[in-house]
Design a protein around this ligand. Structure first.
Ligand code: C6P
Length: 457
């Protein structure tokens, strides 16, 4: 690992990591939901509002010109990070808006009977827009299956591609399972039937080198807040020739070149897709975040997260009755979903919070996948480059205490002793994957999930 990578030094860049929660130092392991922000990013927002706040592309005065320059430059900085040109980078609110933009604009030229191919491990934001547009336009949405180890079933993916497939949209990294999908290969397969290939890069761009030209994706979507940038700023990458052909999604100021009472002409890229006053400070701060990540080194980030993941898998494995979801360490990113015995994941997340540990519990906005796995949800620890092995130790200790606490409660017949929804055996898991529409024995027997209220120590 490069000498530049010093996790103790890096942690000093993040003031929030010194926060105490319940008298314990914060252990922030919910980075797949959103990441923390370094001082440089925080300062850039403050500086912008204190020294440069003016609307862009409108004023001819110095401050507006400077705001315009910084905002335009931000597109170039973000573009370079993923090997794209500035004009191929559209700023949106988040990955969800980028995917909605694509769904609305691309589906407008599709016909009834055309098909869209997704996978069973997509986040809601890469399911719902397509599903809803499909209902409106008579399109068919297909889902490539996953294997029992949580990787994508390539044979299923291939079998669903045909000459009616117009769009293929796939997550690069699953926010639920941590699976890294082979997007280079999927891109070739999608293009072999002349489909548009979209990558949901929300969980990859912040964590590993992503080169959109190498992947040869037509579009990619990601969010600034998951890569040390502020909330409210997201990215849509599109190949220039495709963005030029694509109709705009939102109409209004700044996205036009000329307007008459009868008709309008669109502005040049990328402004054609950025209607109205954008999140100027957010765009500038996102560029600052990208510069910060580049200084740390995306390869270093990936390497550090991999070490943490291997350590976490090993330490979590010590906990009796733990079920860990997703593939082996080399096929996954820094996301680890698990269930501890029959304890509800919300209970797990609420319990470890008592020790300052922030993890997510729930369906992670991937309800169809959770159903497929026969779970109402999982607890999920997700790492970033500022996390340490010591923090994983704190998590594991807190989980062991959770297990003690809930087994005591269970013995006293007090609490969640009826959470029998998780696949108890590997066979059951495979059974469910083979027949997603058919209930497994466990599921048939399952009782209603209870979510615990306040937990007393
Ligand atoms: N996943 C998580 O905790 P937005 O909310 O638009 O910034 O990102 C949406 C999104 C799209 N794709 C993937 C793969 C994602 O993981 C997310 C966000 C968060 O897992 C919040 S639900």
């Amino acid at each position: 690992m490069s000498q530049m990578f010093d996790v103790c030094k890096i942690r000093n860049d993040f003031p929030i990591l010194r926060t105490k929660i319940n008298d314990k130092l914060l252990v922030y392991l919910d980075n797949a939901a959103t990441t923390q922000k370094p001082k440089k990013v925080l300062k850039s927002i403050k500086k912008y509002y204190e020294t440069t706040n003016a609307n862009i592309h409108r004023g001819v005065y110095k401050m507006s010109e400077e705001a315009t320059r910084l905002y335009e430059e931000a597109h170039a900085v973000v573009g370079k990070f993923i090997n794209a040109a500035a004009e191929e980078i559209v700023f949106t609110r988040n990955a969800t808006e980028s995917l909605n933009l694509l769904a609305y604009s691309l589906c407008s030229s599709l016909n009834a009977g055309d098909e869209i191919l997704l996978t069973q491990m997509e986040h809601h934001s890469n399911i719902v827009p397509w599903q809803q547009l499909a209902k409106q336009r008579g399109l068919k949405v297909n889902y490539a299956e996953i294997n029992a180890d949580g990787t994508l079933n390539i044979e299923s993916f291939k079998s669903l591609l045909n000459n009616k497939t117009r769009i293929v949209s796939v997550t690069h990294v699953s926010n639920f399972l941590g699976t890294i999908n082979p997007v280079d290969e999927l891109s070739k397969l999608a293009h072999s039937v002349n489909a548009i290939f979209i990558v949901d890069a929300s969980q990859s761009v912040p964590h590993m080198p992503v080169d959109v030209k190498k992947i040869n994706c037509d579009f990619a979507a990601f969010s600034g807040h998951k890569m040390c940038g502020p909330t409210g700023i997201g990215v849509l990458y599109g190949k220039k020739e495709l963005l030029e052909k694509l109709p705009p999604f939102l109409f209004g100021g700044d996205m036009i070149k000329e307007v008459t009472f009868e008709d309008s002409k669109w502005n040049e890229l990328p402004w054609k897709f950025e209607a109205g006053t954008p999140h100027i400070a957010g765009g500038i701060a996102l560029a600052e975040a990208v510069k910060y990540l580049k200084k740390i080194g995306v390869e270093n980030i990936q390497k550090h997260e991999r070490e943490l993941t291997m350590y976490a898998l090993q330490r979590l494995g010590e906990i009796p009755n733990i079920t860990i979801y997703g593939p082996s360490a080399e096929k996954r990113s820094g996301i680890t979903s698990f269930n501890v015995g029959q304890i509800h994941p919300h209970d797990v997340a609420a319990f470890v919070d008592r020790f300052g540990v922030a993890i997510r519990g729930g369906h992670h906005c991937a309800m169809p996948l959770a159903k497929l796995l026969c779970v109402t949800g999982t607890a999920r620890a997700s790492f970033y480059f500022y996390n340490t092995k010591e923090e994983i130790d704190v998590l594991v200790d807190a989980l062991k205490k959770a297990q003690e606490f809930f087994s005591m409660s269970e013995n006293s017949n007090n609490l969640t002793n009826n959470l029998k929804t998780y696949p108890n055996t590997k066979n059951e898991f495979s059974e469910r994957l083979k027949n997603p529409s058919q209930k497994t024995k466990n599921e048939e027997n399952k009782n209603k999930i209870k979510i615990q209220g306040v937990i007393e120590e």
